[in-house]
Ligand binder design. Structure first.
Ligand SMILES: Cc1cc2nc3c(=O)[nH]c(=O)nc-3n(C[C@H](O)[C@H](O)[C@H](O)COP(=O)(O)O)c2cc1C
Length: 173
């Protein structure tokens, strides 16, 4: 299957995660930043879409991309990945429901939450304040340095494994 990974990223966590997935796949993928013009041509039959949640929502450009390409995305094999900081399965399920349009979620082969890599130095004053409060509410120490501690590596492994297995099946038939 010809695959494109499309990502939205404000501070680099989601773009890093997109690249991690791309590196682990046993087939070629095209990586596309949502900021750049993207052509979802018929050449690509599988799309892996990654986007972070900010204040419980996708950023404008990610939401606009899904809305304007919904019909095309419904014709493709689709994987939806949200990055973010959540500390319970219930909140993750609620967020996935809230941020991805129902039609796309129902169509997607997989909808997953991948956690986040934290880059404290890239956050502005207000963003740092908000994240500090989230960490404080969870009784967690706010990380002083870049950390992948909040990355859900097992979710990433499952995504990669599912994609590699699917490609193996496609190749062998
Ligand atoms: C101001 C702010 C608000 C955030 N709001 C949420 C949120 O509502 N839900 C969530 O899961 N994560 C939230 N996060 C965490 C980010 O989604 C997470 O760190 C993400 O991986 C960042 O991706 P990026 O670096 O690619 O922009 C928030 C982070 C900041 C700084």
């Amino acid at each position: 299957m010809k695959t494109m990974i499309i990502y939205d990223s404000k501070h680099g966590s989601t773009s890093h995660i997109a690249k991690m997935i791309g590196c682990e796949l046993q087939f070629d993928v095209q990586l596309s930043d949502i900021q750049e013009p993207i052509s979802l041509s018929d050449d690509f039959n599988q799309i892996i879409f990654l986007a972070p949640a900010y204040a419980g929502q996708l950023r404008k450009q990610a939401a606009a991309f899904l809305a304007s390409h919904q019909e095309t995305l419904l014709q493709k094999t689709l994987i939806l990945v949200n990055t973010g900081l959540q500390f319970s399965e219930e909140k993750i399920a609620q967020q996935l429901q809230a941020i991805f349009p129902a039609a796309l979620r129902e169509h997607a082969e997989l909808t997953a939450f991948a956690g986040s890599i934290i880059y404290p130095d890239k956050l502005n004053f207000f963003e740092k304040l908000i994240l500090k409060k989230i960490f404080h509410d969870q009784r967690l120490e706010f990380p002083r340095h870049e950390t992948d501690h909040y990355l859900d590596k097992s979710a990433l492994d499952s995504i990669v494994q599912a994609l590699n297995e699917q490609e193996g099946r496609t190749y062998s038939t």
